[in-house]
Design a protein around this ligand. Structure first.
Ligand code: PMP
Length: 362
C-alpha cells in the first residue's frame, strides 16, 4: 500500500488518493487515444468532454443557477484581484472591500491600482482574528461591487453568513473554501477560486459569474483579462490548462460519489470539531487564534505559549509524518488545513499527537 503523509498543507494541498490513482491509470493512455490528456488538442472531442464535464459537475454540485457562466481560467486567484476592478470599476464608481486579513488586503491593494476603492468593514484592530460584523455595512452610493474573502487561509477565519449587498454585486474570493459547504450562489455576482485547495491541482482558476456581468467588459483592457472573452468562448479562447481541468473533473466526480457538498460539510465539521475540541480542552496549552464565532472549517490556526514550543511542535510533528503544520510566515503559530480531501484519519492522528505533545511538554 502507498504510504501517505498526514498532509495538512495550505495549498497546493492533499488530493483524494482515489483521484490520484485514477489519474495514474489514465496517465499514459487516455481512453485508448494512444496519448495522455496533456498531449492532445484542446479542440478535440476528448478534451471537449473534459471541459464540459468539469463545468457541468460544478454546476450540479454547487447548485449554480442557469444564468451564471462557469469559466476555467489561468493566472490564479491573484490575477482575479486585478481582473475584477479592470472589468467592473468604471469612472465615478467605487470598489468596496471588507478587510478580513492577508488575502482581502491583497485584493484591495490591487484594486487601488485601477480606481476608487473603499474599506467598508475591517477587523484589523483585532489582528484579523475574526470576521467583522457585516450585518449593517453601509456601501458607498456609487459602489460597483462589494468584495469579500470567504475564508482567510492565513488567519483561519471564515464567514458564517455573507453580507446583503442589495443590488450591488457581491463578489467572493472562495479560494480556500469553495465546495466545503453549500452556498446560495444566487446571492453573488461572482465567485472565484484557485483550484489548488479544494478542487484539484494548481493551474486553473474557477470563476462563477452572473451572465449580465459577463458581457461588455471595457474595450481598453487586455483580451485575456476580459470576462466576456472567456464567457463567449466556453473557456477555450486560448490553450487551457488541460491537465489541471482534467484533475478538477476527477475531484468533482469523487465529491459527487461522496454524497456532494452537504455531506462534505458534515464530514468537514466532524474533522474540525475534533481539532477545535482538542484546542479548547487543553487547559490553555493550545490557544485558538481565530475567535470561536469566526472559526474556519478549512484552516485551523492555533498557538502555543512560546515560539520555541511552536517550533518544537512543528519539528516533532514532522518527524511523525505530519506535513504543513507550521503557520504562515506572516503570522507565525501553527495551522492545520483540513480541506475536503484531508481524511478524518489524519485529523484523528493529529489530535492524538497534540495530546502526546502536551504530555511531554506541558
Ligand atoms: N485568495 C485566497 C483566500 C488564498 O488562500 C490564495 C492562495 N493561498 C489566493 C487568493 C491566491 O491564490 P493564487 O496563488 O492562486 O493566486
Amino acid at each position: 500500500m502507498t504510504k501517505r503523509a498526514f498532509n495538512f498543507n495550505a495549498g497546493p494541498a492533499a488530493l483524494p488518493l482515489e483521484v490520484l490513482q485514477q489519474a495514474q491509470e489514465q496517465f499514459v493512455d487516455y481512453h485508448g487515444a494512444g496519448m495522455s490528456i496533456m498531449e492532445m488538442s484542446h479542440r478535440g472531442a476528448l478534451y471537449e468532454q473534459v471541459n464540459n464535464e468539469a463545468q457541468s459537475l460544478l454546476r450540479k454540485l454547487f447548485n449554480i443557477p442557469n444564468n451564471y457562466k462557469v469559466l476555467l481560467l489561468q493566472g490564479g486567484a491573484s490575477t482575479q484581484f486585478a481582473s475584477i476592478p479592470m472589468n467592473f470599476l468604471r469612472p465615478g464608481t467605487t470598489g468596496a472591500y471588507v478587510a478580513t486579513g492577508s488575502w482581502a488586503e491583497k485584493a484591495y491593494k490591487e484594486a487601488k491600482l485601477f480606481g476608487e476603492t473603499a474599506i467598508v468593514a475591517s477587523s484589523e484592530a483585532d489582528k484579523f482574528n475574526r470576521i467583522p460584523d457585516v450585518s449593517s455595512i453601509v456601501l458607498p452610493e456609487n459602489a460597483a461591487y462589494l468584495h469579500v474573502t470567504s475564508n482567510e487561509t492565513i488567519e483561519g477565519t471564515q464567514y458564517q453568513s455573507y453580507p446583503d449587498s442589495g443590488n450591488v454585486p457581491l463578489i467572493a474570493d472562495m479560494s480556500s473554501d469553495i465546495l466545503c459547504r453549500p452556498v446560495d450562489v444566487s446571492k453573488f455576482g461572482m465567485i472565484y477560486a484557485g483550484a489548488q485547495k479544494n478542487l484539484g491541482p494548481s493551474g486553473v482558476t474557477i470563476v462563477i459569474l452572473r451572465e449580465d456581468l459577463a458581457q461588455d467588459s471595457p474595450k481598453t483592457i487586455p483580451t485575456m483579462l476580459r470576462y466576456d472573452t472567456h464567457a463567449k468562448n466556453d473557456s477555450l479562447y486560448n490553450t487551457p490548462p488541460s491537465f489541471s481541468v482534467y484533475m478538477v473533473s476527477l475531484v468533482l466526480k469523487w465529491l459527487k460519489e461522496r454524497g456532494g457538498v452537504a455531506a462534505m460539510e458534515q464530514y468537514n465539521r466532524n474533522k474540525t470539531n475534533l481539532i477545535y475540541n482538542a484546542i479548547d480542552n487543553s487547559g490553555g496549552f493550545y490557544r485558538g487564534f481565530a475567535q470561536p464565532e469566526s472559526r474556519s472549517i478549512m484552516n485551523l490556526t492555533f498557538r502555543l505559549q512560546s515560539e520555541e514550543l511552536e517550533k518544537l511542535f512543528a519539528k516533532e510533528s514532522e518527524a511523525e509524518g505530519f506535513v504543513g503544520l507550521k503557520g504562515h510566515r506572516s503570522v507565525g503559530g501553527l495551522r492545520a488545513s483540513t480541506y475536503n480531501a484531508v481524511p478524518l484519519e489524519s485529523c484523528q492522528a493529529l489530535v492524538q499527537f497534540m495530546a502526546e505533545f502536551q504530555k511531554r511538554h506541558g
